[in-house]
Design a protein around this ligand. Sequence first.
Ligand code: FAD
Length: 570
Amino acid sequence: MTCLASLAGLLVLGVTSRVQGYDNPFERPVSKSPDWSALNRQVGGRLSTGAPYAQPCFSSSFSSSQCTTIQNDYTDEVTRSHQRGAYIQTQWETCQATGEQCLLDYLAPNNSLPTSPPAQCRMGSIPQYFIDVQIPDDVSAAFTFSKKYRVPLVIKNTGHDYKGRSSAPGSLALWTHNLKNITYILNFKADGCSKTNSAVTVGAGIQWGEAYEFAEAHNITLVGGCDRSVGVAGGWLQGGGHGALSNTMGLGVDRALQFKVVTPDGKYRTANACQNEDLFFALRGGGGGTFGVVLEATVLASPQLSLQTVIVSFAAKNTTLTKQMWSILADNGLKWADEGWGGFSQANIAILLNPVISKEDATTSMAPLIDFGKQLQAANVTGAALVVTTFPSWGAFFQVFTGDHVAVVGSSLALASRLINKSNFDAPKDRTALVSGLLAADATAPGLIILISAPTSFAGDGQTSVTDVWRSSLYHVTVVSPWNWNATLAEKKAGYDTASKAIDNLRKITPEAAYLNESDVHEPNHEVAFWGKHYPELLRIKKKYDPDQLLDCWHCVGWNPKSTRFSCYV
Ligand SMILES: Cc1cc2nc3c(=O)[nH]c(=O)nc-3n(C[C@H](O)[C@H](O)[C@H](O)COP(=O)(O)OP(=O)(O)OC[C@H]3O[C@@H](n4cnc5c(N)ncnc54)[C@H](O)[C@@H]3O)c2cc1C
């Protein structure tokens, strides 16, 4: 009865959908006769049709209450991350190549122009169907279905991916978002291993905001990113996972103890240091969406730590002051990394955090930055602020930090990344070149972020698959280049070119290395840049677990660039 009721709902959804479908080459049904009803029965009625988030604002419904809610929440990342048909960067909802889309104006979501005739709501790259994944059998059924009918699969967790790896035109999405279990285990022993660790097991749908709240309640520290709605166990963890504590506490992959994963042969496997070790290695940096569908991950939990914190900021962008501030960061970079500092900086702010030293030592260590902050205040620089404080935990810091600093959401944008090596800090001429490179990159694509989040002081266990250059790096730097709903094809291409050209200023002075989750969509030599010497082994593992290439994504291990699933990229 339940199953029939759900199926009826599914059919109604399909019939009444106002999305214009199947009228462009990328929205064609992917097979002559995939038996969606049978698949729906197999997955307990949890198959549903996809639809763009902004769909209720089209077809004369712009003033409806449903549309008003969407307009109000359009740039809210948490709301977006809960929607099947929404992505944080909106170009991944669209078909960039053809212009098929269903977007609002992210700068003014109540602007009616994007939805006014002749505009129509188009599916773009939104998956055609979604399975709300609850159990391993849901995933096995999807793999069998994909193999039989050649329907492209994607795995979607939060839709944060900067490279469009969680959407694809005409695809079937495995939506892991509702796997919300989370448990703290004081003496966690990975299956088949003997060593115990304090650990947290998360379902694949847990997001960092939820994990940090859980950590606070249990007086532990989890090392995660700077955004509350990114997923813990999906792309973040499997692609590396950096955060402001990574200098001393490691990347996400360093702290992964075990994965439970359905591989493309339909088997539910446990991967850890004692079984399926090759898969464990691949999931520790080989990238999301490639080796299987992770249903849960267990990560190391550390005791709660207080954080010495120094923040210097000023209101407006001022290149002279930015140069002074970034020169201070560069001149002290090696010393501060050794002393345990991590953090972030943009043109008018630097936030430094340290979980391993006392307040007194922190104040001595940070004297050059603190003096700079005092000089800004003495000179009455607009908005000059200096904070030297201790937060009792990462969660306490994060609450303040996320209140003030929320990433750009609801726009389309191109990103590019570079890892900045220790060697860039060696001699005065290296540091001068670095600061010039950072300023030039920020001038080309304003919004550059220095993430002081490389595992510089954390050796790792040698069993992760991210490029080893992470270990000899101090910074991961990103630049950003956004565009709005009405950008032309040429303007979108220019957006990608701008991010790429901006990061060229750093490419020319650094080793070939970038963070795969935040890299240039057109990263040159991406296999070396993301994985270095590990790529051949990752490719071998990919072929072993996914010989039919049921999983594929942009610039992922073993990808097929000619696949039609990439037809919307530009
Ligand atoms: C606002 C913002 C802030 C960010 N901050 C940080 C940061 O501080 N540190 C950092 O390291 N990164 C950060 N990132 C980058 C982030 O790591 C990537 O966007 C990452 O891909 C997000 O993973 P997700 O699972 O949340 O997103 P999704 O888009 O849902 O998935 C991303 C990729 O992982 C795959 N995937 C998802 N779930 C699974 C699963 N269960 N099993 C297998 N594959 C899966 C998808 O197929 C896709 O390939 C940030 C991104 C954004 C947009």
